[in-house]
Design a protein around this ligand. Structure first.
Ligand code: HEM
Length: 220
């Protein structure tokens, strides 16, 4: 643990840990996106998958770990952003992308705050809000997804929020790699492209669930 507290004392160390937590959150998003694809297989697959996760002994440590990741990420993100604002411009430029600052890089704190609001609502609706059971006695998350996406307002908000997640990641992924020391100029264009690809995948992949539920599963 001492490397961790030591790392948090320097600005490079803070960026390192911010980068690690960001990458871990990207990993979580990949798992979440792949899991949600089971919606397309139907109620039994989706509720069965959710039930399998919820009844695992690992669910509590996994959820606590995820909560810790978010908390560390948010606290460090705010600390680094406030620090950057008062730092000399040349210190900041160390972290800017090669092609200069982009919309995504300039709005990290704003997209981050909106992602946080989205996250709280998402947990209220899906993690804590669904009590109804399916015929097998499992939480009927499939029905809850279809019911929530019946509202065009909820669909619009959801699509906007996941596009902001995509924007955040489109800069965040490459920035995180730089923060942990993966910054060879030879690989920079490929990593920037990969970062953009992740951003698009999250925005389009998560939006697709809301649009599919609304337009093809009786929402509209
Ligand atoms: C699923 C959710 C999230 C993912 C996948 C994610 C991912 C990332 C990644 C990969 C980075 C780059 C780290 C680096 O440059 O070393 C980053 C930076 C950042 N994140 Fe997040 N993040 C998420 C949620 C949040 C939330 C809720 C906030 C709320 C404040 C936030 C605020 C920020 C800020 C301000 C930065 C830039 C800090 C800087 O270098 O100036 N993020 N995020």
């Amino acid at each position: 643990m001492s490397w961790f507290t030591k790392a948090l004392k320097s600005s490079v160390g803070k960026k390192f840990v911010l980068g690690l937590t960001g990458l871990a959150l990207v990993g979580f998003l990949i798992e979440h996106l792949v899991g949600n694809l089971l919606l397309y297989k139907g109620a039994d697959s989706f509720n069965g998958y959710a039930h399998m996760l919820e009844s695992s002994e690992l669910i509590l440590p996994a959820e606590l770990g995820l909560l810790a990741l978010f908390l560390v990420h948010i606290v460090l993100a705010i600390t680094v952003t406030v620090g950057n604002k008062s730092a000399r411009p040349e210190v900041y430029s160390m972290y800017a992308s090669k092609g200069g600052r982009t919309l995504a890089s300039k709005t990290m704190i704003y997209t981050g705050i909106l992602i946080f609001v989205f996250l709280v609502l998402h947990l209220v609706h899906f993690r804590f809000g669904v009590q109804s059971l399916d015929a097998e006695g499992r939480r009927n998350l499939y029905a809850a997804v279809l019911a929530l996406f019946r509202s065009p307002v909820y669909v619009a908000w959801y699509v906007l929020a996941v596009c902001l997640v995509g924007l955040h990641v489109s800069h965040g992924f490459q920035s995180a790699l730089r923060s942990i020391g993966v910054n060879h100029p030879k690989y920079a264009p490929a990593l920037e492209a990969l970062s953009l690809l992740f951003g698009f995948l999250f925005a389009i992949g998560f939006s697709s669930f809301a649009l599919w539920a609304h337009f093809f599963k009786g929402g509209s």
